[in-house]
Ligand binder design. Structure first.
Ligand code: GTP
Ligand code: MG
Length: 497
């Protein structure tokens, strides 16, 4: 996706996340791109580049046929770019030359169907020259690299061209000043320069030329002109795409790495609430609640039968209840100091610090807010811990009394010789046994249901507590960074990097 909306989205999303100066530069590139997209210049721009003294200005003069550019012995000579233009240059091309900062223009004699720009050097001590050259080079349709037998292995220009290569359209390589070579040397240097250029990613033929030999006529000027014509025709370079891609590159480089690491709140929330649920719903508390349920069931659903059965199996009901309540409370309280609680809290705190770093906001203190959210969740869910009140308990409680009474009465009747005594005793024993088993079991089942509801409510409560106490701040802080990261991810990597 390399259209204007994708790049606009990136630049818009960078506001407030990356350095405003960078955003402003990116916006200027976009404006330039939009201007060029809306009104493409009619004429291709051909930029003449190279080290100082390689003979760029002299070659421009040779192409023009008359001296239009100043040449010289003093290095560097050219300090301002000069454009040789056709006489009927269109306003859009003229505006582009303004954008490129090329004020000097010569149209006498008129240039062919392209604009030839004589650039300052890329390698002299005057560093502004290289800046001017590097500004124009990636915006030109064709680049003519002029080098000579002495400095063709020009590291500085090579570095500039290699770096800008992805942004170059057509490239013409000229081996200038061949008049200083004799015979076979020309081919040897040309081959060496060709492979040096190929190593930089600049394919194509090397044109031997001499723009201003001290003796005799210029050499190879027509061949250079034809090579430029050919490169102009073949250039598939899209300056608009390049400008847009450069704007995205600027933003990407200036985006803090933390922006790519931030996670959306729902992800943080989901992880935190799983951890919180495990913390606030400890196994020990579940076991304690089941003991409490069993004792409560024995007493409340079992009458005397349940009480005796519980005493035999687990000791007195009252002390079992008191012990279970204590254990339950203890294990629910422990989360506050549990090291895992501390770990959850600091994980959240880290996420918030990362978020705050992106927006320069002070990191919010969240320890108390997290504790508060958890405590609220436990408090709200605690009513669900009630293990009493199965509807059939009054009935079984009655049976829990009737059974033992019938058992004793039956035994007494049998001893007294009353007929049917044994039957009554057997029925009493049966009822007593059933109630003694059923009552604690029912209490335990009731506790298990209560525990499940509690656990569910704690999870839901902790989640919504976290959202209201931490999540909104978090989302506010990381929102812009997430938007920018998403916009950058949606921007396909482009051919210029
Ligand atoms: N032997 C020889 N010398 C040349 C040729 N072309 C230019 N020169 C000389 O090289 C020197 C530099 O020429 P310029 O055209 O000013 O070089 P330039 O690349 O424009 O230099 P800057 O403007 O400083 O970047 C001058 O003294 C020219 O006379 C050539 O074909 N053969
Ligand atoms: Mg010059």
């Amino acid at each position: 996706m390399r259209d204007s909306s994708a790049v606009t989205r990136v630049v818009d999303a960078s506001d407030g996340v990356v350095d405003p100066a960078v955003v402003a530069r990116a916006r200027r590139l976009l404006e330039e791109a939009e201007r060029r997209a809306a009104a493409p210049p009619a004429l291709p721009i051909v930029a003449v580049v190279g080290g100082t003294g390689s003979g760029k200005s002299s070659l421009v003069n040779a192409l023009a046929g008359v001296p239009i550019a100043r040449t010289g012995l003093v290095r560097p000579t050219t300090q301002e770019p000069l454009a040789w233009i056709p006489s009927d240059v269109d306003p859009v091309t003229a505006a582009l030359l303004d954008d490129l900062g090329i004020g000097q223009r010569v149209s006498d004699p008129p240039a062919p169907d392209w604009v030839l720009v004589d650039l300052p050097d890329t390698d002299s001590v005057r560093q502004e020259n290289a800046l001017v050259a590097e500004w124009v080079i990636p915006r030109a349709d064709v680049v003519v690299w002029v080098t000579d037998p002495v400095k063709y292995h020009d590291a500085r220009t090579a570095e500039v061209l290699a770096r800008l290569r992805p942004a170059l359209g057509g490239v013409v390589v000229v081996l200038n000043k061949v008049d200083t070579l004799i015979g076979a040397e020309v081919d040897a240097v040309r081959v060496a320069l060709g492979s040096f250029a190929a190593d930089l990613g600049l394919e194509g033929r090397v044109i031997p030329a001499a723009g201003a030999p001290p003796h005799g006529q210029p050499i190879g000027v027509d061949a250079v002109r034809r090579a430029i014509d050919h490169a102009v025709g073949a250039a598939s370079f899209d300056p608009v795409a390049h400008l847009r891609a450069s704007a995205v590159d600027l933003i990407r480089e200036a985006t803090p790495t933390a922006a790519f690491a931030v996670r959306p709140w729902p992800m943080v929330e989901a992880e935190t609430s799983v951890a919180v649920r495990r913390l606030l719903v400890p196994e020990g508390a579940g076991t304690a609640l089941q003991a409490l349920g069993r004792a409560t069931g024995a007493a409340e659903a079992g009458g005397v039968a349940g009480g005796i059965a519980h005493r035999v199996a687990h000791g007195p009901v009252e002390s079992a209840r008191a012990g279970a309540l204590d254990a339950l409370e203890r294990s629910l309280d422990e989360w506050r100091t549990d090291e895992r609680t501390v770990a959850v809290r600091s994980a959240l705190e880290m996420a918030m610090v990362d978020a705050a770093a992106l927006t320069d906001a002070p990191p919010p203190g969240i320890g108390d807010r997290v504790d508060g959210a958890f405590a609220d969740a436990v408090r709200a869910a605690s009513s669900k811990l009630d293990v009493r009140g199965r509807p059939w308990w009054p009935f079984t409680r009655a049976l829990g009394w009737i059974g033992p009474i019938a058992l004793f009465a039956g035994v007494a009747m049998a001893v007294a010789g009353v007929p049917g005594g044994a039957l009554v005793a057997a029925a009493g024993a049966l009822v007593t046994g059933v109630v003694a088993l059923l009552a604690p079991w029912s209490g335990r089942a009731s506790a298990t249901t209560a525990w499940e509801r509690f656990a569910e409510d704690v999870a839901v409560g902790a989640r919504s507590g976290l959202r209201s106490s931490v999540g909104d701040d978090y989302e506010r802080s990381v929102g812009p960074a997430l938007d920018l990261a998403a916009a950058l991810a949606a921007w396909d990597s482009h051919p210029y990097t």
